[in-house]
Design a protein around this ligand. Structure first.
Ligand code: MF3
Ligand code: CO
Length: 251
């Protein structure tokens, strides 16, 4: 598959898909507290998506059994919501969410602290979020894709963090995952030239310790090999001639 350039109509729909996904995220953010299970968050989130007239795009994707990925502490991404996984004070939790609005996809992730968290955990969350913004300084027409990758990775690594290599961001549009792949660390090549109308899901996954990850036996959950905390931050963006439009984040 090659990189798709969205039409004006598709961009309008993707703006709406992004706006609605932000509503879903904000609704779930209100519910994060010690004692709630990741299953409950998933169910509430799915209900919210459907009430907004949308469809969860993660559900049944390659057999994925839930509508959200909700990853706690050393879980990097793709952890399946469960009754048995109860958030507790001091945890960090990443909620990865996506939906389809009139055929167009949106995808975004946030990491939150549960109650009071350690300064180290808060710093990891803050640097991961900031690395996204460092990256998208280069997300504009005329720049090369891997300038985004390098800016994300260099920033996160300057704090001694491990930048996950085994998972990447992606193009997004009529499908959840389109070309191109978007690594979060410096590449040898410059990558494709960015063009207005490209829509990208940029998603740094950053570990407090080493970059290495492993997959659990459920074939979904990705955890840090060294057991260190991991944070995730993602938005769907639109490439323009100037500053990128962040479709899943207003303000
Ligand atoms: N949001 C994830 C991504 O960016 C997708 C989760 S995988 C799924 O690639 F199976 F849950 F959909
Ligand atoms: Co994504």
């Amino acid at each position: 598959m090659s990189v798709t350039i969205k039409s004006a109509r598709e961009i309008e729909l993707m703006r709406e898909a992004g706006r609605l996904l932000e509503i879903v995220h904000n609704r779930l953010a209100e519910e994060i507290r010690p004692g709630i299970s990741t299953f409950e968050l998933d169910k509430l989130g799915e209900k919210t998506i459907r009430e907004l007239g949308c469809v969860p795009n993660f559900l049944h994707y390659n057999g994925y059994p839930a509508s959200f990925c909700i990853s706690v502490n050393d879980e990097v991404v793709h952890s399946i919501p469960s009754h048995d996984k109860i958030l507790k004070e001091g945890d960090i939790v990443s909620i990865d969410a996506g939906l389809i609005y009139q055929g167009m996809h949106s995808d975004a992730a946030r990491t939150y602290g549960v109650g009071q968290i350690s300064p180290e955990a808060q710093k990891l969350i803050d640097v991961t979020r900031e690395s996204f913004f460092k990256g998208i300084e280069f997300a504009r027409a005329g720049h090369r894709l891997h300038e985004i990758s390098a800016a994300i990775g260099d920033y996160a690594e300057s704090f001694g963090y491990g930048v996950v290599r085994d998972l990447v961001g992606h193009g997004i549009g009529k499908a959840l995952h389109e070309d191109p792949q978007i690594p979060n660390f410096r590449q040898r090549s410059r990558g494709i030239r960015l063009v207005p109308g490209m829509t990208l899901a940029v998603e740094p996954m950053i570990n407090a310790g080493r970059a290495d990850v492993e997959w659990l036996d459920d074939d979904w959950t990705v955890v840090t090999e060294d057991g260190s905390l991991s944070a995730h931050y993602e938005n769907t963006i639109l490439i323009t001639e100037g500053e990128p439009e962040i479709l899943t984040l207003s303000k």
